[in-house]
Design a protein around this ligand. Structure first.
Ligand code: URA
Ligand code: SF4
Length: 270
């Protein structure tokens, strides 16, 4: 069986993980997605050479002005505020979920990220490690990020609720309502250009609606109460159960990359 030599081993692993034939390059001349970080012809949203990694779960870096590299404006707020928020969350008992947690799961990534990915809440593994998306669904999210030439050090990843719901049930409306002010503050402090809502809970709570994911994906949402636009796609845990939907998720991520390119171009033209 011939192997496709356009792809490195790592890329083939990733394509297998995503199980999605559409992750091939659009033309033979074009490098595979993620093949040439920072290379010629790679649109700005996927260029490497951005921010130094800060993978601390909610603990922001010392003085790095990671946006300077791409002539972005300085961050909207100083990292110490994010650190203070993280400490506040760690002590929070505002909803019933506090009693079942091992620890809070604040968020991870670059506090000056252009991209923010939002899930619903920590699961077992996340509760154990204090970091979002580190279980099976997290591996798929990592693959999705890599296919976009991103990773968890360049984006920011957070959840609607910061404490694990028992038995991995969805967070209740009251729990989400108690916790979402923290996420909104994270959004203000990090000031991402675009939010990707992963799954129904994230999308519905962020956009204050009860519409299903299928009805919300495929376009940018501008919510009056949120500065960055929101794009909705399927939750990676759902994609693991329904691999046939991965193609749609990839379409959503491609749309997200186009939107990010447009936002970055708008800014560099300004
Ligand atoms: N699922 C989520 O929504 N968030 C996590 O952090 C892990 C799994
Ligand atoms: Fe506080 Fe959020 Fe945890 Fe509820 S889920 S206790 S609101 S941090």
């Amino acid at each position: 069986m011939g192997q496709d030599t356009r792809f490195s081993r790592a890329q083939r692993d990733l394509l297998d993980l995503m199980d999605t034939p559409v992750w091939a390059p659009r033309s033979a001349d074009e490098p595979p997605v993620g093949a040439v970080p920072g290379g010629e012809g790679v649109p700005p949203s996927r260029r490497a050479g951005r921010p130094p990694p800060q993978v601390l779960a909610g603990r922001p870096p010392a003085q790095d002005d990671s946006r300077a590299a791409t002539s972005m404006p300085p961050p909207a707020a100083a990292p110490p505020e994010l650190e203070a928020l993280c400490s506040k969350v760690a002590a929070c008992t505002a909803c019933a979920l506090h009693s079942g947690r091992r620890q809070t799961v604040f968020g991870v990534g670059n506090p000056r990220a252009d991209w923010m990915f939002v899930g619903e809440g920590p699961g077992e593994e996340e509760d154990r490690r204090g970091e979002p998306f580190v279980g099976r669904a997290g591996k798929l999210l990592d693959a999705m990020l890599r296919a976009m030439n991103l990773d968890r050090t360049t984006v920011y990843i957070a959840n609607i609720v910061k404490c694990r719901p028992p038995n991995n049930r969805n967070p209740g409306l009251d729990e989400a309502a108690a916790c979402i002010p923290y996420l909104k503050r994270q959004i203000e402090l990090i000031a991402p250009r675009l939010i990707v809502a992963l799954g129904a809970v994230a999308a519905q709570r962020l956009l204050e609606t009860d519409r299903p994911v299928g009805a919300m994906r495929g376009k940018l949402h501008h919510a009056a109460h949120l500065e960055p636009p929101v794009l909705v796609t399927y939750h990676p845990a759902y994609l693991l159960r329904s691999p046939g939907q991965k193609g749609k998720a990839w379409e959503d991520l491609q749309l997200a990359m186009r939107e990010m390119d447009a936002l970055l171009e708008e800014q560099s033209a300004a």
